[in-house]
Design a protein around this ligand. Structure first.
Ligand SMILES: Cc1cc2nc3c(=O)[nH]c(=O)nc-3n(C[C@H](O)[C@H](O)[C@H](O)COP(=O)(O)OP(=O)(O)OC[C@H]3O[C@@H](n4cnc5c(N)ncnc54)[C@H](O)[C@@H]3O)c2cc1C
Length: 361
């Protein structure tokens, strides 16, 4: 069972989830048949977090995570279970380029999935199948502990407050899924007076992140290439990744092209606060040089997104965060799994949801 807290009857255990990314959505999905009322709070207007899609002028583009790598059978089975309509595969491979801009065939030929309406379909379908209500545009800025029994923790109840001062709860368990630095901020702003808290905050705060700035370039023409994406493994180029959304069925009208360009962490950090207009021509010039085609210097429209906490570089100390589970405070996400990948976040959220279900049973 999964429904809004307002509709839950008194005897049904309640779970509050902060964040509607892949981890939060998979946790809700794992609890779809459990007797737990799940309420999700998401600060943005959409779902799926860093696996994000925008729509403009007849194009869909995934400007965060580019695709879901279907590396194992359980991921393949889950994507099918969520519905095959609109589930598409990117046929072309990912090639590489070095710091000098030399492009070479790569061996990254794994199955790459997204949906005609974009990668956000993943969380949309998970929440939809689970019947979960997501409270969008609700930024949580405080976690409150209510009625903690210091002896047993058994009576711990959690409450949440958003930036408008609205309060939610009580919840019998809480799942927190924002990137580690944002989770650490929430943990600092909790009144949970417990010996575990300091070590918990330190562990979460210690997860290092890479910053990425995505620049989107649209052109009224289409070139043909044998690759879908280009990645820079030596990390010596200002461009870290470049891909062609037109390789995804349904994303770009015929005769047009849309490039998703992810700049390197060093370049992205340096220019993070610069307006798109200030950096656009440099990015276009770098793309034109890399692809050896002058027409890329002049896109007909552009877009961008900065991801300050794009990818965790290592995992959190799992032991430190597991200590909070006795108090029914849980964490999930790519930084818990230790890999900045959608499937890692997804399965970490799913497994955490299963543990929560067992604890609340
Ligand atoms: C540029 C880029 C490219 C990537 N490319 C790939 C790729 O090709 N393949 C791949 O597998 N992975 C890729 N990734 C990584 C992938 O996107 C992440 O690993 C995955 O989406 C993480 O999911 P999550 O649920 O852990 O976190 P998130 O997606 O970050 O979800 C957390 C959610 O919490 C919300 N939130 C944060 N704070 C609050 C708050 N205070 N109150 C309420 N809500 C809050 C956020 O808005 C967000 O929706 C990429 C990431 C980036 C940024």
């Amino acid at each position: 069972m999964s429904d809004s807290a307002e509709q839950a009857d008194g005897s049904t255990p309640r779970l509050g989830v902060v964040g509607a990314g892949a981890a939060g959505a998979a946790a809700a999905y794992a609890l779809r048949d459990a007797d737990v009322a799940v309420t999700v709070f998401e600060k943005s207007g959409g779902v799926c977090g860093r696996a994000a899609t925008r729509r403009r002028d007849g194009c869909y583009y995934d400007h965060g995570a580019n695709y879901v790598k279907e590396a194992d059978e359980r991921t393949a089975a889950l994507l099918e279970e969520l519905g095959t309509e609109g589930l598409v595969e990117i046929d072309e491979p990912v090639w590489t380029f070095d710091g000098e801009g030399t492009i070479e065939p790569g061996d990254r030929e794994s199955t790459k999935r997204t949906w005609t309406e974009g990668i956000t379909q993943l969380a949309k379908r998970l929440f939809d199948r689970a019947g979960t209500t997501v409270n969008r545009r609700t930024r949580i800025d405080e976690i409150r502990a209510r009625g903690t029994d210091r002896e047993t923790d058994a009576e711990t109840r959690w409450g949440l407050t958003d930036t408008e001062g609205s309060e939610y709860g009580p919840f019998d368990a809480l799942l927190v899924t924002p990137p580690a630095p944002q989770t650490a901020e929430l943990l600092r702003a909790t009144d949970w007076d417990d010996a575990r808290r300091e070590a918990l905050v330190d562990a979460v705060d210690a997860v290092p992140y890479r910053t990425i700035r995505t620049v989107v370039l649209h052109y009224p023409f289409r070139e043909s290439y044998p690759w879908y994406g280009l990645v820079n493994p030596d990390r010596e180029h200002a461009i870290g990744w470049l891909s062609r959304e037109e390789c995804k069925p349904g994303h770009v009208p015929d005769g047009e092209s849309l490039l998703v360009v992810q700049m390197s962490p060093a370049w992205s950090t340096e220019t993070y606060d610069d307006a798109l207009a200030e950096i656009e021509s440099e990015v276009c010039d770098r793309v034109a040089d890399l692809l050896g085609e002058d027409r890329y210097r002049d896109p007909d429209w552009t877009d961008d997104q900065g991801w300050r906490y794009a990818l965790p570089d290592s995992a959190v100390d799992a032991e430190a965060i597991r200590t909070a589970e006795d108090a029914r405070l849980y964490f999930a996400g790519d930084w818990v799994a230790g890999e900045g990948r959608v499937p890692s976040a997804l399965w970490n959220g799913h497994e955490t949801g299963e543990r929560i279900g067992a604890a609340l049973d």
